[in-house]
Design a protein around this ligand. Structure first.
Ligand code: C2O
Ligand code: CU
Length: 524
C-alpha cells in the first residue's frame, strides 16, 4: 500500500475548473424544467425515447456466489468493470458495474459471518467501496480517499485532485465485514471522494443483505415472496448512454456538475433492480419488499393505486438498521436517498385480476410511478406479521451526554454553490468530532433544504424532529434521515467496537461531491 500525502488546494481546482463547464453543456440541450416539488434537485430530461411503462418483467439481481472459505472467512471477488447492457429496449448503455452489472450482484450474509470481498478495479477511474449500513472496521469502510486505482497502470497519482491522506492501493483491495450486527437490508456503492455521484449513477451500486436467527424465526413472507426493490432514477442520451452533467465527463480531475444541477440530479426513467418500470405477477398473498432508495437525489412518496379496499397499503417491518420493534402501518411512504423501508404488501386485499401500481406521489410525468403488480391467482399463505417483531434497546443519552451540531447549509463561493457542513468544505485530513466508543451522544442536524443525512459505522435513533419526538418514517434504527427545509432533527447515537476514521455526509450525492461531508474519529 502506498501512502499519499499530496497537497493540492481544492479551491484552486474548482476555480481552474470553471472554464470546463461547456464539457457538459450538450447534456443540457432541451432542458427547460426547473426544480421538482419537494426535491432539492433538478430534472435532467432524457433525449432517448422513454420506453412504455409496465411492459418489462420484474427481475431480481443475481446472488453472488462465494469463491470459497479461508481462515474462518467467506470470500467473494467482485470485478468493477465497464459493460454494455440493455436498460432501455433496443438501446445499448455503457455502464460501470460490479461484475459489469447494474445493479451489482447481491451479497447475502449471516450475522457474525466474517466476509471478505475482494474488489478488483478494471475501470479507468479510481473507486472506493462502502457498505452502507455496515458496522465495519475503519480500514474497510471505504474512507473517501482510500482509493483503489485502476489495475491497468496508466492512472497515476498525478490525477489526485485533493488534499489526500488516504491509503491507496492499485488494482485490488480486500474489504472485510465482520457482520457483527442485526439482520438488515444494506447496500454497497461507490464512495470515491468528489466523484461518488457520477460513479453511482453509472452503475456502481448493489444489495447486501444480512440475516440472523431472530429474523428467520419470524413468519414473515420468505423465499420468492421476499423481494428487493432497489429504486433509482436515471436519464439517457439519444444514443442510449447514461446522461449526467459532469463538469469532467472523464471523471478524472474536475469534480462536480454544471451549476444548474448543483442542487442534485434527477432522472426521468425509474429503474427497479435495473429494469425500467417493471411489471410483476403476484399471488393474492402477502409479499415482503425491501425498498432501497438508491437514487442520487430523488425523494419518493410511494403509494398503491388503487389503494387496497381494506387495510393499509404497506405494513413496515424494518428500516435502515433492521427489524422494527413492532409493525407500523402506512398508506404512503416517503423515502429520501439511501433510506430503506422493509414492508409487507398484502395482495389478498385485491380481487384476482387487479393491476396495482406502486405510484410515486412526488413524481411528475414519467416518474409518477415505479412498478406494477398483477394479482394473478389465489394461493395459500402461511405468512404472518407478528405484533412484536424485535426488541430495540432505546438509546438514552445521559444528562452530560456530548451534544454535537451539524449544520447542512448551502453557501455561495465565487458564483458556485458549495454544500457545506458547519460552514466547512470536507477535508479528509480534518477530524470534526472525536466520539468515544460506547458513549451515547446527541447529534443535532440542521438543514436549509432537503438533505438526507447519513452517518457511517453505527445506526442512530431519531429522538426529536422539529417539535415532535419522531416523524412518521423515523421508527427503529436509522442510518440515514430525511431532513426537510429548515428542519432540525436530533438523534441519539452510540459508536461501538471500531476505532478510526469515518464520515457523515449528505446522501444527495451531488451535495456530497460538492463537499457536504465531515470526518470523525472514534476513540477507544
Ligand atoms: Cu451510502 Cu457514505 O454512504
Ligand atoms: Cu444535501
Amino acid at each position: 500500500m502506498i501512502r499519499n500525502r499530496r497537497v493540492v488546494s481544492r479551491r484552486t481546482l474548482l476555480v481552474g475548473g470553471l472554464g470546463l463547464g461547456v464539457a457538459g453543456a450538450t447534456v443540457l440541450a432541451g432542458c427547460a424544467s426547473g426544480e421538482a416539488p419537494e426535491q432539492t434537485a433538478r430534472l435532467l430530461p432524457s433525449a432517448a425515447p422513454l420506453p412504455d411503462r409496465f411492459s418489462r418483467p420484474f427481475a431480481v439481481p443475481p446472488v453472488k456466489r462465494p469463491t470459497g472459505k479461508a481462515d474462518g472467512a467467506t470470500r467473494y471477488e467482485i470485478t468493477q468493470r465497464a459493460a454494455t447492457v440493455e436498460l432501455l429496449p433496443g438501446l445499448r448503455t455503457e455502464i460501470m458495474g460490479y461484475d459489469g452489472l447494474l445493479p451489482g450482484p447481491t451479497i447475502k450474509a449471516r450475522r457474525g459471518e466474517r466476509v471478505i470481498v475482494r474488489h478488483r478495479n478494471e475501470l479507468t477511474v479510481p473507486t472506493v467501496t462502502h457498505l452502507h449500513g455496515g458496522h465495519t472496521p475503519a480500514a474497510s469502510d471505504g474512507y473517501p480517499v482510500d482509493l483503489v486505482l485502476p489495475a491497468s497502470g496508466s492512472y497515476g497519482h498525478g490525477h489526485q485532485s485533493h488534499t489526500a491522506d488516504g491509503e491507496i492501493t492499485r488494482g485490488v483491495r480486500d474489504y472485510e465485514y465482520p457482520h457483527d450486527q442485526r439482520a438488515a437490508t444494506l447496500w454497497y456503492h461507490d464512495h470515491r471522494m468528489d466523484f461518488t455521484g457520477p460513479q453511482v449513477w453509472r452503475g456502481l451500486a448493489g444489495l447486501h443483505l444480512i440475516t440472523d436467527d431472530e429474523e428467520e424465526a419470524l413468519p414473515l413472507p420468505g423465499g420468492d415472496r421476499d423481494l428487493p426493490l432497489l429504486v433509482m432514477d436515471r436519464s439517457f442520451a439519444a444514443d442510449g448512454s447514461l446522461a449526467y452533467p459532469s463538469l469532467d465527463p472523464n471523471l478524472a480531475s474536475i469534480p462536480g456538475v454544471i451549476e444548474d444541477y448543483s442542487p442534485g440530479v434527477l432522472g426521468d426513467v425509474v429503474l427497479v433492480n435495473g429494469v425500467p418500470w417493471p411489471v410483476l405477477e403476484v399471488d393474492a398473498v402477502r409479499y415482503r419488499f425491501r425498498i432501497v432508495n438508491a437514487s442520487n437525489a430523488r425523494r419518493y412518496e410511494f403509494a398503491l393505486d388503487p389503494p387496497p379496499p381494506s387495510g393499509p397499503a404497506f405494513v413496515q417491518v424494518g428500516s435502515d438498521g433492521g427489524l422494527l420493534a413492532a409493525p407500523v402501518e402506512h398508506n404512503e411512504i416517503v423515502a429520501a436517498p439511501a433510506e430503506r423501508f422493509d414492508v409487507v404488501i398484502d395482495f389478498a386485499a385485491y380481487p384476482v385480476g387487479t393491476e396495482v401500481t406502486m405510484i410515486n406521489k412526488l413524481g411528475v410525468g414519467s416518474t409518477d410511478a415505479v412498478l406494477r403488480f398483477r394479482v394473478v391467482r389465489k394461493a395459500a399463505d402461511d405468512s404472518a406479521i407478528p405484533a412484536k417483531l424485535s426488541t430495540i434497546e432505546p438509546l438514552r443519552p445521559g444528562p452530560d451526554a456530548p451534544v454535537r451540531e451539524w449544520r447542512f447549509i448551502r453557501e455561495r463561493n465565487e458564483g458556485r454553490a458549495h454544500w457545506r457542513i458547519n460552514g466547512l468544505d470536507f477535508d479528509p485530513g480534518r477530524m470534526d468530532a472525536e466520539p468515544r466508543l460506547g458513549e451515547v451522544e446527541i447529534w443535532r442536524f440542521y438543514s436549509d433544504l432537503h438533505h438526507p443525512v447519513h452517518v457511517h459505522l453505527d445506526p442512530f435513533q431519531v429522538i426529536r424532529r422539529g417539535n415532535r419526538e419522531q416523524g412518521r418514517f423515523d421508527a427503529g434504527w436509522k442510518d440515514t434521515v430525511d431532513l426537510r427545509p429548515w428542519e432540525t432533527v436530533e438523534v441519539a447515537v452510540r459508536f461501538t467496537d471500531h476505532a478510526g476514521r469515518f464520515v457523515l455526509h449528505c446522501h444527495n450525492l451531488e451535495h456530497e461531491d460538492m463537499m457536504m461531508m465531515a470526518a470523525f474519529r472514534t476513540l477507544r
